[in-house]
Design a binder for this molecule. Sequence first.
Ligand code: G3I
Length: 369
Amino acid sequence: MKFINPYVFAVATLLMVSCSSKKETLSLKDAYKNDFYIGTALSADQIQGKNTKEDSLIKKEFNAITAENIMKSMFVHPQKDKYNFTLADKYVAYGEKNKMFIHGHTLIWHSQLAPWMEKIKDSTEMKAFMKDHITTIVSKYKGRIGSWDVVNEALNEDGTLRKSVFLNTLGEQYLVDAFKLAAKADPKVDLYYNDYNIEDPAKRAGAIALIKKIKAAGGKVDGVGIQGHWRLASPSIEEIEKSILEYSALGIKVAFTELDITVLPNPWDLKGADVNQNFEGSEKMNPYPKALPDSIQNKLAERYASIFKLFLKHKDKISRVTFWGVHDGQSWLNDWPIKGRTNYPLPFDAQLKHKKAYDSILQLKAKKE
Ligand code: G3I
C-alpha cells in the first residue's frame, strides 16, 4: 500500500469540497444579481411544481418569471362574462413564494384570443372588451405583478401596424387606450410594448414611432420588450446594440423578454416568431434528432457569450433578460416553424443539464470579478 501524507490528503479534500460547493452555489441569477433580472417562462406544469427536478432548477437559476401561455386572453377570459384565474393565481403565488419578479404576459394580443373575441366586429363592443379585460386583470394583481406586456406584436415586419382585430375595429387609438387603461388599473406597475424582430431597422423604426405616439397621447410606457427569438448568425450584435441605445433614448427600460436561439435550418429563412405560420418538415430539416454536435454546441455558447457581453455593457439600460422556457425539451421551437423537430435553443438541455452556453454566460461574470 502506498503511503499517503495526511497533510496533503487533508488539503486536497478541502480543495475538492470547496470547489464543489462553489460550483453548487453558482447560478445565473446570483451571477447577474447586480446587473438585471434573469428570467424564465413557465409552463402550466412548472407553475404547479409538477416536476421536482425542474422546480429546483427554476428556483436555483432564475429570479424573474413569465407565464408562457396561461395569462393569454383565451385562457384567462374564455367567455365574455367569464374569467378563469385558477392558473394565473397559482403563477403569481409561485413568484411571491419564491421572491421572484413577476411579469404579466400579455393583455392585448391578436393571437391566442378566445373565439368570442375574434367575432367582435364593431368599435363599441371592442372598447367595452378592452376596458373590461385590462381593468379586471390588471386590478386583480395590482401591487403583486411587477410589469405587464400591455400590447404584444402590433407591428408588421416593415414597421407598419398589423391589421389585427383591434386595429380593424378601433384604429390606432387602441394602442393609447390599452396603455391608459392599464395605468389606471395599477398606476405603479411597469407597462411594456413587446414584439419580435424589433431590433431590425425597419421594424425598430415602427416600434419607436409607436411608443412615441402612445406617450405623446398621454399613455404611460415604461419599457420595451425585445423578444429575442434569434438565430446563431443574426441579428448582428451591432443591430442589437443600436436597438438598446435607441429605445433607451426614449426614456424607457429595455428588456429581453423571450430569449432563445434556434440552431436548426429554416427553410423559408423565417425570422422571429410569426406563430401563424406552420410547415411540414423533412429529416433534412431536423438534423440533430439525438444530440447536438460539439461544433454547434460551441457556436451556441459563443453566440450567447457575445449577446450577454453586450447586455453587460448596457446593464444600466436593461431591466430583465428572460429565456423563453426553462430547458430545450420545453421549447416552442421544437414545433415551429416545423412540428416535431429537436431544437437546442436554451442554456439547459432536455435532461436539465447545463450546456456550454450556460457556462459561457457565467464565465463572463467570472472574468469580471
Ligand atoms: O391548450 C392546448 C391544449 O389543450 C392541447 O392539448 C395542446 C395540444 O397541442 O395544445 C395546447 O395549446 C398549445 C398552447 O401553446 C398551450 O400549450 C398550442 O397548440 C400551441 O400552439 C401554443 O404555443 C404557444 C404559442 O406562443 C402560441 O401562440 C407556445 O407554447 C408559446 O411559447 C408561444 O409564445 C409566444 C409568445 O407568447 C409571444 N411571442 C412569440 C412566442 C413564440 O411563439
